[in-house]
Unconditional design. Sequence first.
Length: 537
Amino acid sequence: MKKIISLLKATMSEGMNLFRINTKKKNTFTKIIVPIVIMLILMGAMYTYSELIMKKLELVNAQFVLLSLFIILTSALSLIEGIYKSGNLLFNCKDDDLLLSLPIKKSTVLFIRVFKFYIFELLYNSLFLIPAMIVYARYMRPGIIYYVVSLIGLLVFPIIPILLSSIIGTFITFISSKFKGKNQVQTLITVFFLLGVLYFSYNSENLLINIAQNATSINDFITKLYYPAGAYIELITKFNIIKLLEFIFVDLGLFIVTIILIGRVYFNINTNIKSIKIKKLNKKYKIKHSSPTKALIKKEFYRFINSPVFVTNAGFGVILFILGCILITIKFDSVVDIIIKTIPIITIDYIKSYMPVILFAFICFTSFMTSITSSMISLEGKSFNILKSLPLKPYKIVKSKVLAAILIMLPCILIGDIIIFIRFKFDLISIILIIIASILLPLISETIGIIVNLKYPRMDAKNDTEVVKQSMSSSISVFIGMAIIGITLFLLYKALYLNISSYSIMLIFIIGYLIIYTGLITLLYKTCDKNFDNIEV
């Protein structure tokens, strides 16, 4: 038993910062306190959503529907999250070689893997379910039985999502071990999930009204469709000890089934992933030749799209830009009504006349809230020495990273621009100025990002998340971007207040940004070689 506990402790510390023991005080804040603060913020947001739903349900005396809703939604999110997390938590782990070389049973290794997966899902579920349970308790004032059943529920709710996501994730991992494309699928799932959250936020009022009006039928559907939700609601409303034992043992049985099912294929798949496949080459083949800059840009592009956390955190802003442009185009009157209600002195004709300036501000916001290059140096990790060994000047290598970021951002921004151009029939001068801004502003943002990342690289990160979300360079780049956005919006407001023409406003800002970009390029050119050579892995 002591061996299993020791193995669990060691395994939990790999890739999960909250469980990693570190005596260095300087790492405590970023590795433990920051994740806890983020978790508390998310739980606060879930608490607010729960309050909004509960207020609607209270009107129809169906408060218990809140819990069944959150259980089914959390389970669905856990399933989606677990499908692509299972590949990282179950297969091709860094400590596989060590564990499999120890004198322990293979079934023990598999149990440790699945248990780690279970802990991850338990923490994930708790972020959503605990706030809803607290809100329900506040409104209903239940007895001690409610808290006991809820605690047991928290422990068993992750089991069915784990069972399903492990089976699906194992299948995906099996396929991806033979083909490419798993990371792209993961990225698409994550993007669609974020879009779903945005859609819910935008239509939250209508959704809450529909939930309240159909509370009983929704609850009946959920409880019949999903056993854990139905059993839990029955236990907190009509407690029965036999039903409680059934609730526990059914889920435990499913947990055992999960381990048995995965165990039949786990080690074969894991070996297949780690094995190197040698393919026969045809007698006739061509070696493709690319220029150094083109090859480096391609490398950065593939590195970007193959990292879901990189795409969703560094590139999601440009997707929002397109969606924002579509929203303005389709529901312009609704958006204008909101603006007019907020600022009564503004009229619809005034907004239309300054539409180029509004688009300019939107491009500014998108560009400076999207910093791809602020992580590019750090993401090289141990392979950074390979870049150092290339027969190229550091400035050329760094420039390729900036160009790659621009090539990722620019098509999305131009798509949004074209949508607005067509909808509001921009004149030629406005179109030219907007296109210049669409190229110049991302250039400034990504140049700032690469300068900061060269100065404050993080080369010892365990995974992409630590680089993209928790590194100093990413934080500094975001704060600089926010400062520039704030200053730009303030100056735009002053210019509009003085009734300066749209052409003049955009031209003045473009000239100002050109001066800033010239200074940044000069700074990058002068400091690039020194900072590049000073980076040690």
